[in-house]
Ligand binder design. Structure first.
Ligand SMILES: Cc1cc2nc3c(=O)[nH]c(=O)nc-3n(C[C@H](O)[C@H](O)[C@H](O)COP(=O)(O)OP(=O)(O)OC[C@H]3O[C@@H](n4cnc5c(N)ncnc54)[C@H](O)[C@@H]3O)c2cc1C
Length: 495
C-alpha cells in the first residue's frame, strides 16, 4: 500500500462535523485525509451557510471570551449595544438546553445523545475558540440561546476550519466523490472507493468517519422517506447531500435510527432559487422569511393554519416549512401592517417578494385569495380576538388572541392600519432528521447492537437527536461535539 493512499483516519465531507473530526483526530496523533465530493470553491457543505451554534453558558463572560474583535470593542455604539446585551442575557444552563430539546421533539430525542450534546457544548466551543474560531454578538436576537454568531457566518467558520486543518497538515482532496466502502479479509471496513476526474481511486484507513450529510438533496429519497410532496421541494441548502453516505453505511450493516419521515424545513421567499451554494452573496438565510411569528399567516383560502407566535422563532421555524407545504398549492402569505413596519420586525427582509395595498380586499385580490369574503371575515375575527397587553417583539409578550383557532400565544396585533403587506412564502428543505444508530463516540452499530469495526457517522448522519422539530443552532453544535469525540476515538484505535 503506498503512503499516498493510506491515512490513519479518513473523513468523508468537509462540513463542520467533518472538520471537527479531522482536527480532533490529528490532535490525537492520527494522519488524516479528508475527501470531498465537490470542488474547493463549493466545499463546506450546509455548514458554510449557517450562523451559530447553540451552547450552554454560565455567565456573559463565557460569551465575551469568544468575541475578540479589538477594532469593534473601541466603537462606542458597539460597546453600548454589548452592554444592553449583557443586561438582557444571563445564562443558558444545561437544564435549559435539555428542556428546549425535549420540548421541541415531544420528549423523543435520544436521552443519552442529547445529554452528551448538552454537557459537551461549552467545552467544545472553548476547544474551537482555542483553535482560532471567533464569534460576534448577535445584537438583534432576544433569546437567551444563540446570542453569538460565527465571525463571517458559516462561510467564515469553514474558511477558519480549513486553515486550522491545513496547518495541522491534514490532507484535503476535492472532487473525490466517495461511492462505496471497502472491507478487508477480517470483515473490517478498511477503505473507501472514490470517483474522481481521473477515474475511480481507493483510499485505505484504519478508521473512516462519514460526515457527508443526509439525503435532503436527493428528490427520490425525499419522496421515499418523507412522502411524495417532498419530491420537488426547493432546498434551503446545498444540492450535494444526496444520501449515498447513509446508503453505503446501511449496505454494510448500519441501521437507520429514528425519524426518517421528518425533516427540518422553514419558510422561504416564493422566488428563492432551487438551492444555495457556499460563498454566494444571496445564499444562506438571504431567502428565509422568519418574521412569521409577528404576522397573521394565511393560506390561499384565507385561513390561518398555525399559532404563528407559539414561542421564539428559533424553536418553531424548523417545523413551519412543513406546515406551509401541507397547505393548498404549497403556499402561504405572511400579512403585516404599518405597526409591524414601525416595530422593526421586517428589517431582515432584503428585497423580498412583496405585495402592498391600502385595503385588505385589494391585497386579497393581488395575492389571489380564493374566498375573499371568508378572508375578510377571518381577519375581522382575528382583530376582535386580540387581547389587551403590551406588544413587545423582544420578549415572549403573551399578547394573545382568545376563542378562535388556531390560537395565538404571543405578538398578536390587529391588522387594521394600512399599508397592508403580504409576503408569499413556500417550504424550503434544510436537512433530514433521520440518521444512523451510533454510540456516543459516533461508532456505527449493527442490528445486533454490536459496533461495526472501523466506521463512524457524525453531523447530519448521526441519528436520534431530532424528531419532528429542532432548536436553532443544534445541528452545528451536534456536528462539532460528536465530530470531536469521533475523531479522538478513531485515533485511539490506530494500529
Ligand atoms: C441556510 C442554512 C442555515 C443553517 N443555519 C444553521 C445555524 O445557524 N445553526 C445550526 O446549528 N445549523 C444550521 N443549519 C443546519 C446545518 O447546516 C447542519 O446541521 C450542519 O451543516 C450539518 O453539518 P455536516 O457537517 O453534517 O454536513 P455538511 O456541512 O452539509 O457537510 C457535508 C459535506 O459532505 C460532502 N459530501 C456529501 N456526499 C459526499 C460523498 N459521497 N463523498 C464526499 N463528500 C460528500 C458535501 O459536499 C458537504 O461538503 C443551517 C442549514 C442551512 C442550509
Amino acid at each position: 500500500m503506498s503512503d499516498t493512499n493510506y491515512a490513519d483516519v479518513i473523513i468523508v465531507g468537509t462540513g463542520n462535523a467533518g472538520f471537527a473530526a479531522a482536527v480532533s483526530a490529528s490532535e490525537n496523533g492520527a494522519k488524516v485525509l479528508m475527501l470531498e465530493k465537490v470542488s474547493e470553491e463549493y466545499m463546506g457543505g450546509n455548514s458554510a451557510l449557517t450562523i451559530h451554534m447553540r451552547f450552554t453558558y454560565n455567565s456573559f463572560s463565557d460569551l465575551l471570551s469568544l468575541v475578540k474583535d479589538k477594532k469593534l470593542t473601541y466603537n462606542k455604539l458597539y460597546t453600548q449595544k454589548l452592554q444592553e446585551l449583557q443586561e438582557a442575557v444571563t445564562e443558558y444552563t444545561e437544564s435549559d438546553y435539555l428542556k428546549d430539546i425535549m420540548d421541541v421533539t415531544n420528549g423523543k430525542s435520544d436521552q443519552i445523545l442529547s445529554k452528551e450534546l448538552v454537557i459537551n457544548s461549552l467545552p467544545t466551543i472553548k476547544w474551537m475558540n482555542k483553535l482560532g474560531h471567533l464569534w460576534s454578538p448577535t445584537f438583534d436576537n432576544p433569546t437567551s440561546a444563540n446570542v453569538v454568531s460565527f465571525n463571517g457566518k458559516g462561510y467564515g467558520l469553514i474558511q477558519r476550519w480549513k486553515k486550522i486543518a491545513l496547518k495541522k497538515r491534514i490532507d484535503i482532496k476535492y472532487n473525490h466523490h466517495v461511492i462505496d466502502l471497502v472491507k478487508n479479509n477480517n470483515d473490517k471496513i478498511s477503505g473507501v472507493i472514490t470517483k474522481t476526474n481521473n477515474g475511480n481511486k481507493i483510499y485505505y484507513a484504519n478508521s473512516i468517519i462519514l460526515a457527508c450529510g443526509s439525503f435532503e438533496s436527493n428528490s427520490k429519497m425525499r419522496a421515499k422517506y418523507l412522502g411524495e410532496k417532498w419530491r420537488n421541494v426547493k432546498l434551503r441548502g446545498i444540492p450535494h447531500n444526496t444520501g449515498e453516505g447513509l446508503e453505503m453505511a446501511i449496505s454494510h450493516g448500519a441501521i437507520p435510527y429514528d425519524n426518517w419521515s421528518t425533516c427540518h424545513a422553514s419558510p422561504q421567499d416564493i422566488n428563492r432559487p432551487d438551492y444555495d451554494l457556499p460563498g454566494h452573496n444571496k445564499s444562506g438565510d438571504y431567502w428565509s422569511r422568519y418574521a412569521y411569528p409577528f404576522s397573521v399567516m394565511i393560506n390561499i383560502n384565507g385561513d390561518r393554519f398555525i399559532d404563528e407566535g407559539e414561542t421564539w422563532r428559533g424553536l418553531t421555524y424548523a417545523k413551519t416549512g412543513k406546515a406551509i407545504l401541507e397547505q393548498e398549492n404549497n403556499i402561504a402569505f405572511q400579512l403585516f401592517d404599518s405597526k409591524h413596519i414601525q416595530a422593526g420586525v421586517l428589517r431582515k427582509y432584503k428585497k423580498p417578494t412583496k405585495y402592498s395595498s391600502e385595503t385588505l380586499i385589494d391585497l386579497a385580490n393581488q395575492i389571489k385569495i380564493k374566498n375573499k369574503k371568508k378572508f375578510i371575515n377571518n381577519i375581522n375575527k382575528f382583530n376582535k380576538a386580540v387581547q389587551p397587553g403590551n406588544y413587545n417583539p423582544l420578549k415572549l409578550d403573551g399578547k394573545s388572541i382568545k376563542n378562535i383557532y388556531p390560537l395565538r400565544s404571543n405578538w398578536a396585533l390587529p391588522l387594521n392600519n394600512p399599508p397592508y403587506l403580504a409576503y408569499p412564502v413556500i417550504c424550503g428543505m434544510t436537512f433530514c432528521y433521520g440518521g444512523l444508530k451510533t454510540t456516543i463516540n459516533g461508532e456505527l452499530i449493527n442490528k445486533n447492537g454490536d459496533i461495526i469495526n472501523g466506521i463512524y457517522a457524525v453531523g447530519e448522519m448521526l441519528g436520534g437527536l431530532w424528531y419532528n422539530n429542532y432548536p436553532s443552532g443544534g445541528g452545528m453544535m451536534a456536528g462539532a461535539v460528536f465530530g470531536k469525540k469521533a475523531g479522538k476515538h478513531a485515533s485511539a484505535n490506530i494500529n
